[in-house]
Design a protein around this ligand. Structure first.
Ligand SMILES: Nc1ccn([C@@H]2O[C@H](COP(=O)(O)OP(=O)(O)OC[C@H](O)CO)[C@@H](O)[C@H]2O)c(=O)n1
Length: 341
């Protein structure tokens, strides 16, 4: 028998559940360095201590989060140069093992600097086993050709993890037709010899360290959002790459961010879109009431600060409580769309 006191009818101030967010840990056993422009310090080894502090915080919360969303770039590409990819990944994943709740791993460009897509698919960074399967709706099952899935951490709340490197020259076998197709798209938009350089581009997101979403993945996303609309669910979407220009440095956007926005904007259910990659973070609410939140990167967070957050979910809003350089954000649901429990 449940002997907890009856909380009475749920008001709009009752918290339903919470979840953790953290981005761009980019761990490497290296001295501090700088980003490509030389403007931001990167704390490669301290990032592991930042992760440990975040996990200690989540483990100690009186009402623990239902899960943590790891938004990609878990270890830095430098590990590949030093043949330390597996060792560093093991260290970071061992740290995540101390977390008392499940973690959902997103894949970013640094995953592909270290590992092939096949390796990642068979690794502990593949958390698709945590997916929800909607009975009698086979169209909501993702294909094996991209790394994406959806799950339901709390009734009527669906989370969708997207693969922003589904269309990319990273992590793809260079002899495959898909690699040639992606290279063609990249070259059509980026005439620079150095394909990582956005110099002179009218669409600066077309650089090698970004990627995009295949039509197949977009069709699948559309099917899941159709189901969520019909079932009056609230949806949270996560991806390594951001998709909304007002919330992000234009160089960091997904190649075909407009295509994802078009799908999302044709549905009512999406509350917010969480991404990493832009280490300075960012936020904007779009004209359709979707909140775009880019979480500040751990890798560029000084030892005396922090970079993670907990999102508290209420019947009418989500509230990001940020730690260190992650600001608090209130994300109200679209008007007339709050739950009335
Ligand atoms: N203008 C640039 C920027 C980067 N590169 C090279 O591209 C590779 C990835 O860059 P890196 O800064 O490591 O990628 P992150 O995912 O950590 O950060 C993305 C955004 O820059 C954050 O704001 C690396 O080899 C760079 O040297 C480049 O050639 N030209």
């Amino acid at each position: 028998m449940d002997d907890k006191p009856d909380p009475g009818p749920l008001s709009e101030s009752s918290e339903l559940f919470s979840f953790g967010v953290i981005a761009d840990i980019q761990y490497a056993d290296l001295e501090d360095g700088y980003n490509f422009q030389g403007s931001r310090r990167r704390y490669y080894s301290h990032s592991l201590l930042h992760l440990q502090c975040a996990i200690e915080h989540w483990n100690k919360e009186s009402s623990p989060p239902c899960c943590v969303l790891q938004l990609g770039d878990i270890i830095d590409g430098y590990n590949a140069q030093y043949k330390a990819s597996e060792k560093s990944l093991e260290l970071v994943l061992n740290t995540f093992q101390t977390l008392k709740v499940p973690v959902h791993h997103t894949w970013g460009n640094h995953e592909f600097y270290n590992f092939s897509r096949d390796y990642l698919t068979n690794s502990k960074l593949n958390t698709r086993f945590l997916e929800d399967q909607i009975a009698r709706h086979p169209e909501t099952m993702p294909s094996e050709s991209y790394y994406a899935y959806h799950f339901v951490p709390f009734p009527k709340f669906r989370f969708i993890l997207l693969d922003a490197y589904d269309m990319s020259v990273l992590g793809v076998d260079q002899s495959s037709p898909k690699f040639q197709q992606c290279l063609k798209i990249l070259r059509e938009h980026n005439p620079n010899t150095e394909l990582n350089s956005p110099q002179g581009l009218s669409e600066p997101q077309f650089v090698q360290f970004n990627g995009g979403f295949s039509q197949e993945q977009l069709n699948w996303l559309n099917e899941v959002l159709t189901f969520s609309d019909r079932n009056q669910e609230k949806v949270v979407i996560v991806s390594h790459l951001p998709i909304y220009p007002a919330a992000s440095d234009s160089v960091c956007l997904a190649w075909n961010y407009r295509d994802v926005l078009a799908v999302i904007w044709s549905h009512e259910c999406v509350v917010c879109f969480f991404a990493g990659h832009t280490h300075d973070g960012g936020y904007s609410e779009d004209p359709f009431g979707v909140h775009h939140v880019n979480i500040e990167g751990v890798i560029e967070t000084a030892p005396d600060s922090q970079a993670f957050g907990t999102v508290h979910v209420y019947p009418d809003r989500m509230v990001l409580k940020g730690k260190g350089r992650v600001p608090d954000r209130i994300m109200n649901y679209k008007k007339e769309k709050a739950f009335h429990f």
